[in-house]
Design a binder for this molecule. Structure first.
Ligand SMILES: NC(=O)c1ccc[n+]([C@@H]2O[C@H](COP(=O)([O-])OP(=O)(O)OC[C@H]3O[C@@H](n4cnc5c(N)ncnc54)[C@H](O)[C@@H]3O)[C@@H](O)[C@H]2O)c1
Length: 256
């Protein structure tokens, strides 16, 4: 028998709104708050929810929401955050779980709970977090212990932003190769298809630059708080800038 809990999701954008719809399938009650009056379901964040999910865009916005939540309730951070947040007083006061989402809108096979995820929390919060999430997974025919990799908060926070920064670097590598191909009159697509016949290599596509609002934002988190600001990750940003200019130039796109 599942004890009914009330959950409030704060931030009803690209991730928060579909997550709210998913959470409404049970086993708990879920409501959603957004500071945008056109998006919100309720006028203010309730003070008495059993758990809060934060799905706002930036680390500063997460800190702002944390400031508005009670200290004695479970707070699940689904947003991607800078690990610097973990050092702040407001974070330390909370019973927080870092569960940054890997949701990918166009991939129903890997969405809210049917995908491997990483959860980070302090040892004294771990049992409560598991007790809260196990019924959510069970309700969907899934086993929390098989789907969720438990770790510490710093690793969980870094995992999501580094994941996206690595994707950024991989795309920049494809962009660099595509520019070299264009300069040398070689078909990038033919070269890529040939290289990717090797079982342990996967050169990405080179399209129209590193897009979306998550990859650039998360690359900046990694550059600002973790890796050498003059190293490979920083160079990947320069490559993307050059590549965008390259594909706009009259003779940029050749030899496909
Ligand atoms: N969009 C994705 O595909 C995706 C996938 C995985 C993870 N994420 C992460 O999830 C987080 C949210 O991303 P998103 O794409 O949904 O962002 P978004 O900009 O679409 O939505 C954020 C929402 O938060 C609201 N908001 C901001 N500050 C608020 C506050 N103080 N109180 C209440 N509401 C507030 C905004 O009005 C907005 O509706 C980000 O950290 C992102 O990196 C996004």
């Amino acid at each position: 028998m599942v004890t009914m809990k009330n959950v409030c999701i704060v931030g009803l954008g690209n991730l928060g709104k579909p997550l709210l719809d998913e959470m409404k399938k049970g086993p708990y009650n879920a409501v959603g708050y957004d500071k945008d009056p056109k998006r919100t379901e309720i006028p203010a964040i309730p003070k008495d929810a059993d758990a809060y999910f934060i799905t706002v865009l930036t680390t500063d916005q997460v800190a702002d929401v944390l400031n508005q939540l009670p200290d004695d309730r479970l707070v699940v951070i689904e947003s991607t955050i800078s690990p610097d947040l973990l050092k702040t007083d407001v974070y330390k006061r909370k019973k927080a779980v870092v569960f940054s989402h890997r949701w990918f809108e166009t991939d129903p096979g890997h969405q809210f709970f049917n995908q491997a995820r990483v959860m980070g929390c302090a040892p004294d919060v771990r049992n409560e977090a598991k007790a809260f999430y196990e019924p959510i997974y069970k309700h969907r025919g899934l086993d929390f212990n098989k789907m969720v990799h438990m770790t510490d908060e710093t690793t969980a926070a870094l995992c999501k932003s580094v994941e996206n920064a690595v994707r950024y670097v991989e795309i920049a590598l494809a962009e660099e190769l595509r520019m070299a191909c264009d300069r040398n009159g070689v078909s990038f697509e033919k070269l890529r298809a040939a290289i990717n016949t090797k079982w342990n290599i996967n050169v990405k596509e080179a399209r129209d630059g590193v897009g979306g609002h998550c990859l650039p934002k998360d690359m900046d988190i990694v550059l600002g708080s973790f890796v050498d600001e003059h190293g490979l990750f920083a160079k990947a940003k320069d490559v993307d800038v050059r590549y965008r200019k390259h594909i706009k130039a009259p003779r940029g796109a050749v030899a496909q």
